[in-house]
Design a protein. Structure first.
Length: 757
């Protein structure tokens, strides 16, 4: 099979031409092409060339880094037990994460080509989002990935129309082969005339037309080569490249629309570009501990200070405590006071007046309420759905009408997927105006269209609560909210324990182990301390070590409603917050460990250049993997043109989660190789993710062909040969329980005991 590189070498030969093919004098230039122009054409990068990709991305990443705001590094917040002061050496976040960074000439050249709207402030904001995504990957902190995905999608969309300008800058300044050849051209006007003549040659036109007609790699190679030619024309000083393209087309050259006049310069050809994300950022400070002074007070009121160190502290400071914490984790999603609940007797009661023991209507008939959760609203926006008596936070799950192709909808679908990952397999979509929910009216089931979604003004009172109901039935029955005539079905925001039994067993045991530790602290401190303790565990450390083969953590049933109550019968917010954080942070990890723990038991290879990928799963938000369609996850090695495809094990009911948990062995690869993980549904590409060799972390954002972030893929890199032969369900259970045990011990050790007053 002819490679992209071979096609493009042939195209260069066509342009330079053998003596019999050189341009006739009628074109206004000599028969010999300038040697310096030939060198420039030879230097143009082939499609997917790693050095070119590295140079282009490097210039853009430098702009993210050099424009990151240098706001003061913030210590973890003080609480009733301690106060903290940062004692590290860095003046601010840019200084901490990118010590000594300066803008490169290539980056400066890019800025000079861009509109003023994409100035330092824009790059700085983009830099916060990309750095936050790098933290999410390397440390796996709990974040509002819905807001983060939206921000990255927005910045990428704004960058796409100027990609040709960034390419031109890197072509002339940042990519050594073309930059050196470009500087060597002493007569750009003559070079431009000769290039124009060479493009008009009949043999070149015939070869390009044939390559485009062939489809597949040939078409991609030809399109990329034409794009590079237009960049070269622009670099050599062409006043009107669009007019030149039209003249070539009039002379018979096939020009794909995406690289046609106007379109090539204004973002029409962007399929070659994979958007910037946390995969592009590396900094040792992301996983570095942060030095602090912790001060407590004795019973006599005297301060006692000591030096301490917070694991992954710089990452937590950026994401949780400093003034750059733009994507903090979401709280539990619930309903506002006054939301109507359909009771078993047919009446409607405000949710804030519903008590444990009340009978309400559910999708399986009347059932008692076992627990009323009432967390603080904490300034979150509440949304009103049409004329119904419903106000709700953004991530709460509603049952979708069957026509939507999804099981559940939420205003913030990402937030729901993060909080309750067990809802993903049946599909999670965005609740927008015009969609329909499943519900009931006049005691009859029907679909309820949502005509409008209105955000309610104001952040609410300081101690305002929101509410969710836990119903006494297995199988996650929905209950009804709304009224007085029309009701819609909603789920409690709680994970389904039957989804994956090993993961459920481990999380249940972790909850029982950690609850006494969490309850040592007052509610206002417990959530923060637990989040900091969980944030101290880096993603790369979670499954480190193969374990002893025995799990001391006992199997236990799923905690019932009593687990979430205090001795006086009142709801314990600490227990619910702990469950939510453990499920969000470790639910996926435990499932993957149970399914693919064999990946840690292979013998290490002597050759460190060997790379094996374990592709775990991919998640799709607001997208359906069609039932009955063969889906596949493909991991492509760009530098060598290697493509390997994994079969996918899933049921026809899978809509938003596809599990794989299988290995691909690529053998020896270069340290600077870049892979592209491509999620496929049949022949449809649903998302791409860039996976550099050696990158930390597992989860990578998936970018749809139009640049939107629409999911994520978990791809883990190994330097070992995995062996799945001896892996059994009993081994999976032991490994998962051992992992849960190690995590619980780490969390407990990281939560300080309350200071004795």
């Amino acid at each position: 099979m002819t490679t992209y590189q071979q096609y493009e070498q042939q195209f260069v030969a066509d342009l330079v031409g053998a003596p019999a093919q050189r341009a006739p004098a009628a074109h206004g230039v000599g028969t010999e092409i300038m040697p310096s122009l030939k060198t420039l054409l030879d230097a143009m990068p082939f499609y997917g060339a790693t050095p070119w990709d590295a140079a282009h991305r490097g210039a853009l990443v430098n702009l993210l880094q050099s424009n990151l705001p240098n706001s003061v590094v913030a210590p973890q917040p003080s609480n009733s037990d301690y106060s903290y002061r940062y004692t590290g050496p860095y003046s601010g976040y840019r200084d901490a994460f990118y010590t000594g960074i300066a803008q490169t000439p290539a980056a400066a050249a890019v800025v000079a080509q861009l509109p003023s709207a994409l100035g330092p402030g824009w790059w700085g904001n983009y830099g916060v989002a990309v750095l936050t995504d790098a933290v999410r990957r390397m440390v796996a902190l709990s974040l509002d990935t819905g807001k983060l995905a939206s921000a990255l999608s927005s910045y990428n969309t704004q960058l796409l129309p100027v990609l040709s300008a960034t390419c031109l800058s890197v072509y002339k300044t940042g990519y050594a082969p073309t930059a050196n050849a470009y500087r060597a051209i002493g007569q750009p006007a003559q070079a431009l005339a000769e290039l124009n003549s060479a493009i008009l040659r009949g043999q070149f036109t015939a070869n390009i037309n044939l390559s485009i007609a062939m489809g597949g790699p040939s078409t991609i190679a030809a399109t990329w080569f034409l794009f590079n030619l237009w960049i070269t024309l622009k670099a050599l000083g062409a006043v009107d490249v669009d007019a030149a393209i039209r003249s070539y087309r009039d002379a018979g050259l096939t020009v794909p629309p995406q690289v046609g006049p106007g379109s090539w310069w204004n973002g029409g050809y962007t399929t070659w570009y994979l958007p910037l994300s946390g995969s592009d950022i590396s900094s040792p400070t992301i996983t570095a501990s942060m030095p602090e002074t912790r001060t407590a007070w004795t019973s006599q009121g005297l301060p006692v200070a000591r030096t301490t160190s917070l694991a992954n502290g710089y990452a937590q400071s950026l994401c949780y405590w400093g003034n750059l914490n733009w994507y903090p984790p979401l709280s539990d999603s619930c309903f506002g006071a006054g939301t109507g609940v359909w009771m078993a007797d047919g009446s409607t009661k405000p949710i804030d007046q519903v008590k444990a023991g009340d009978d309400i209507r559910t999708t399986v008939g009347p059932r008692p309420v076992l627990l009323v959760e009432a967390p603080l609203r904490a300034g979150r926006t509440l949304y009103r759905l049409g004329d119904m008596k419903v106000s709700v936070t953004a991530s709460h799950p509603f049952r979708a009408a069957s026509s939507s192709g999804m099981r559940r909808l939420a205003i913030d679908a990402w937030g729901l997927a993060d909080a309750v990952p067990t809802m993903l397999p049946e599909g999670i979509g965005r609740l927008v105006e015009g969609t329909s929910l499943h519900g009931a009216a006049a005691d009859r089931a029907r679909d309820i269209p949502v005509a409008a979604i209105h955000p309610l003004p104001g952040p609410g009172e300081a101690h305002e609560s929101v509410y969710d109901l836990i119903v006494g039935e297995s199988g996650s029955p929905a209950y009804y909210v709304g009224g007085p005539e029309v009701f819609v079905e909603v789920d409690a925001e709680t994970a389904d324990p039957s989804f994956h039994l090993p993961a459920t067993a481990a999380i249940s045991a972790m909850m029982r182990s950690l609850l006494p530790v969490v309850r040592r602290h007052p509610p206002e401190n417990a959530t923060h301390l637990l989040r900091a303790a969980i944030g101290s565990i880096a993603a790369r450390d979670v499954v480190a070590g193969s374990g002893s083969g025995t799990a001391r953590m006992p199997l236990s049933g799923v905690p019932g409603p009593g687990f979430f109550k205090l001795p006086d019968g009142s709801w314990d917010a600490r227990a619910s917050a702990m469950e939510a954080q453990l499920v969000r942070r470790f639910g996926r990890v435990l499932r993957r460990e149970a399914a693919s723990g064999w990946r840690r038991h292979g013998a290490a290879r002597g050759d460190c250049g060997a790379v094996t990928f374990v592709v775990h799963d991919f998640e799709l938000i607001d997208a359906v993997v069609p039932a009955g369609v063969g889906a596949a996850v493909r991991v492509e090695l760009r530098t060598a043109g290697v493509v390997q495809t994994l079969p996918v094990a899933r049921s026809d009911g899978a809509r938003g989660l596809v599990t794989v948990d299988a290995a691909l062995d690529f053998g020896n690869v270069a340290d600077d190789a870049a892979f592209v993980a491509t999620a496929m549904a049949g022949d449809q590409v649903v998302g791409h993710a860039r996976v550099p060799v050696g990158a930390e972390g597992v989860e990578h954002l998936l970018f749809a062909p139009d640049g939107r972030v629409n999911g994520r893929i978990a791809v883990e890199q190994l330097r070992a040969a995995p062996d799945a032969a001896a892996w059994s369900m009993s081994a999976a259970m032991v490994a998962t329980m051992e992992l849960g045990q190690r995590i619980a011990e780490r969390i407990a050790a990281s939560i300080p005991a309350p200071e004795t007053k």
